[in-house]
Write a protein that binds this ligand. Structure first.
Ligand SMILES: [Zn+2]
Length: 405
């Protein structure tokens, strides 16, 4: 039984609920269940508290609507927000406290017609180690990725939807550089937000409201004599221009960018008015990333996937493969999954890829060239994990869209 439900049952009436205890219990439940976010929003007849665990939202409990304002008020106090403001969005941070499991909170409040919608993101600032070897990358990918990171210059881009493990992969890459070079390398980051504090790396938090934007931070940072620069995200032409220039002028630059596919990163940057020949000469590689839930070892069982899913696979594959899934047990809260593993697609900027970029070839054509040049696709890497019984076929289909086959 979770702490929140236990507490609600223990008090005789809703009036007796201490809001501080209730909110702390919700956060503690989220920490215990390894949730990344807490969602609190009013539905028509109830106020569900939901946790995002391994990428999926699950209900923790339901409360009466009357609690929304009190919970919002408590979280606003914790995150130093304006308590009487209910009509405008607000964002703030609450520092880690032992009262709620030593996690740092990022509180986002958004007005809706049924009251404020609250999302709390949890960050565990302690006891995190970042190691490229433990992310689940295939060993060839780790080797190629390390080569890219250790080049003295060039731009490396990571691509994937929110919650696909980009930050963890980038932090692991930076920690690899620290391990390789020790105190002889200068590494700086600009991030929004800084999610974990890394040893031996200067991390800066962007603040748009104070005018400390990505372009402003990066222009100053270039005068700080860095060798490696991490940019949280490239989302505007100015940041893209500086990132490309930095990569061309003797810096190892690593960043993330949104696009619907790995090869699509080039088109995205061309749409930001970056000259294709600059992209061809600065980008050394693009790493596509997704996270797959791994089958719970306690309830793992052999499975025959449905014919529609099997029809997506090559014939030989189906005969050779024993498919597994999780039946659901108490250890995995009946989900059948426990933990997650990364799958990747590393597009190396080979000569043919660079020529294709300069000729502004379509994304699908660039993708084909990359495969001819040896790129193992997301789908292929995910299928290798299905064959090893690490994840299920339905999980791969949930995460990787069919046009990425
Ligand atoms: Zn299980």
């Amino acid at each position: 039984m979770d702490l929140t439900s236990t507490y609600i049952r223990a008090v005789k009436s809703f009036e007796q609920i201490d809001i501080t205890v209730l909110v702390n219990n919700i956060i503690l439940d989220a920490v215990h269940q390894k949730a990344s976010d807490i969602h609190i929003e009013a539905w028509e007849s109830t106020l569900p508290i939901r946790l995002r665990i391994s990428g999926i939202l699950r209900e923790l409990t339901h409360l009466p609507h009357e609690f929304l304002d009190r919970i919002a008020g408590r979280l606003k106090v914790m995150a130093d927000l304006v308590t009487y403001e209910t009509e405008l969005p607000q964002e703030g941070r609450a520092p880690a406290s032992p009262e709620y499991g030593n996690v740092e909170l990022r509180v986002s409040i958004f007005p809706t017609v049924r009251g404020e919608k609250i999302v709390v993101r949890l960050f565990d600032p302690q006891n995190r180690s970042f190691d490229l070897e433990t992310l689940g990358f295939e060993s060839d990918t780790i080797q190629s990725f390390k080569k890219l990171i250790r080049r003295p210059s060039g731009l490396i881009l990571l691509n994937g939807p929110t919650g696909s493990g980009k930050t963890t992969a980038i932090y692991s890459a930076l920690c690899h550089l620290v391990d390789a070079h020790g105190p002889t390398i200068s590494i700086s980051t600009v991030e929004d937000p800084v999610e974990f504090n890394l040893p031996m790396i200067s991390q800066s938090q962007i603040s748009n409201s104070r005018g400390f934007t990505y372009p402003m931070a990066l222009r100053s940072l270039m005068r700080q004599d860095p060798e490696a620069i991490m940019i949280g995200e490239i989302r505007d032409p100015e940041t893209a221009t500086i990132a490309v220039q930095a990569g061309l002028t003797g810096h190892m630059v690593i960043s993330t960018i949104h696009s619907d596919s790995t090869a699509g990163v080039y088109a995205r940057l061309i749409n930001m008015d970056i000259e294709p020949f600059l992209l061809a000469s600065s980008i050394t590689g693009v790493l596509g990333l997704r996270l797959l839930r791994t089958i719970c070892p306690r309830c793992k069982t052999e499975d025959r996937p449905n014919p529609e899913h099997l029809s997506l696979l090559p014939e030989g594959f189906v005969e050779e493969t024993a498919f597994y899934t999780g039946a659901g047990c108490d250890a995995c809260s009946q989900t059948g999954y426990h933990g997650r593993v990364a799958v990747t697609e590393l597009l190396n900027s080979s000569e043919l890829v660079r020529e294709g970029v300069i000729q502004k070839l379509r994304t699908s054509k660039l993708h084909d060239i990359a495969i001819e040049e040896g790129m193992i696709t997301l789908w292929q890497n995910a299928m290798a994990k299905v064959q090893r019984g690490i994840t299920s076929l339905q999980e791969v289909i949930r995460v990787i869209t069919v046009n990425q086959l």
